[in-house]
Design a binder for this molecule. Sequence first.
Ligand code: GLP
Length: 246
Amino acid sequence: MKIKVYPTSALQSKAAAQVIADQIRTKPDTVVCLATGDSPFGTYRELVRMVRDSHIDCSRLRVFGLDEWVGIPPDNTGSCHYYLHENFIRPLAIGNDRVYLFDGLSKDLSGECSRMTEAIRHAGGIDIMIVGIGMNGHIGFNEPGVDVNLWAHAIELDEITKTVGQKYFQSATPLSKGITQGFQQVFAARTLMMLAHGKKKASIIRQTAEAPVGIAIPSTLLRQHKNSLIMLDEEAASELAPSLRN
Ligand code: GLP
């Protein structure tokens, strides 16, 4: 696990967007798997700017969603579906045939998960997976206690996630389950980029780097990934031991 720290979240976002842009330039048919939420917001905005300014060809890019709230319709502004269309898919003009997102309204969640896992296999696996980190260390919706042997799956949400998740919605929204890529997809991703910024993430980032590796804090498992890159701003890195920063 490589940790990189930038003075501000704006610089962190720029650096992360540069990594993604370089990946797309090197392999135009790159398979990306994308988180939503506050953590990657600035990175996607920077990437859109870079793609426009440098005329990077995204016509062969393939996009998979990392997770979704079960029961939330795609036109709800708090859904991962809405976010990805708004901040990535539409600005980069990615064709619908190159986009694969979880259907949070599916009546057959296990079928939906099998279809997702198969679609990723068919695409040749994920080249770069971009994730944030929950306040409880979740990755996607892989909550504390998750079975790391799972591929895509539906899961009961942790109480912390249900509470924190309200920030994405315009009014109070009952949340109970999530649907997510599993740790098998996380481990199989050729590059894993985790983004975090702000003081409120400092404690969970320290635990990610220092706590015993295990499912109690799922993000610690990223230390076992063969190619994981954690990109932080100074505030999120503020509790890290100096020896862990570079
Ligand atoms: C959410 C999502 C994750 C996201 C994480 C952090 O609930 N399920 O995919 O990465 O929690 O969110 P944020 O970046 O808004 O802090």
